[in-house]
Write a protein that binds this ligand. Sequence first.
Ligand code: LLP
Length: 403
Amino acid sequence: MIDFKALAKQYGTPLYVYDFDYMSAQYTQLKEAFRGRKSIIAYAVKANSNLSVVQHFAKMGSGADCVSIGEVRRAFLAGIPAYKIIFSGVGKNDDEIREAIEKDILYINVESEAELQRVEAIAKELGKVSRISIRVNPNIDPQTHPYISTGLHDNKFGVDLLSAKRMYIQANNSEYLDPVGIHFHIGSQLTQLQPIREAAEIVADLIRSLQAIDIELKFFDIGGGLGIKYDDEVTIEPYDYAQAILGTLRALDLTILCEPGRFLTANAGYFLTKVLYEKQNGDKKFVVVDGGMNDLLRPSLYNAYHKIEAITENNGQTREVDIVGPVCESGDFFAKNYPLPALNRNDLLVVHSAGAYGFGMGSNYNTRGRSAEICVEDSKARLIRRRESFEDLICLEQEFLVE
Ligand code: LLP
């Protein structure tokens, strides 16, 4: 049991707390699910890019799935070896492509025909061969929130099957490209197995048709997306997930590459925020807290549900309240019509499932410094990012003030 009250007292609020032991258990469970096959779990750094979090996974043998050269650099700093780092994203610029090739990462995941030309041209300039995979858009509805659905032709991600085949042929004929992998990722917070199975089946068929023309790939990159329980969702068991994927491969001998983010970190994370005031406008009751949408954006952006627990002496009857932050936006809320008991100033609220897409989607809006982040490992807490000060926020601007 994590003593949230003691942590809030020691480190202040708002505060992110990550349970590293929980992250380890999730990692092991997924890795085990693919036992019997060669597999790399490449942690999706975007979910929580704190260096110590990435280092924690590095120590467990994880690779990294990155979507910017900044994330690639984080992965290196955290100790992930080049041969387990992949670089995806629809809009890589030339400098990013160059650095990825120079750093000799496992592969660049190419998301368009135009990008393939750029990667080839840059590899040629450098006199190097770039290992690539191609992100296929299988046009499958993942049945998740539209903002985090990525595998439909309506979404900007990947290329259709015909283009992918053309691109593999081109890459295979190029002196500067080495096509080693194939990738798909149909969306995030997936709770249905069927769309994943269908997508994998489509991509596995493409691999077989490439084999027929002597294009042999090594990596079957199944993306991330495994959903978690925010509330009472029925989630996919890692074992069933692995079986569904492996079932589509049949005799194909490929290394599985899996890019989980949320599954590894979401339920390891808690966001702690303190009650400032209670107030009432007409019939509406508000609990105003010291954390805001700049700290945890998911409720505002996706109307996402996060379980919220109050740590208070008042264990009386609950009433429905909106839990809101100090930011100047009506969209600055953590929950609406949420049942909580009457609260006092300084009572603590623990927002659950905040370990993925929490801190990382934060901002400095309203000149609010980002929260501190701490981890708890073997029952011991330690700081992994200090709270941002006012000086941190202005240091890139101050020198430009005019006399
Ligand atoms: N691989 C690729 C290519 C991705 O685009 C993503 C997530 C992942 C792996 C990791 O997906 P995960 O296992 O975490 O579902 N901000 C949103 C989620 C955006 C996901 C973007 N891509 C949220 O807060 O729900």
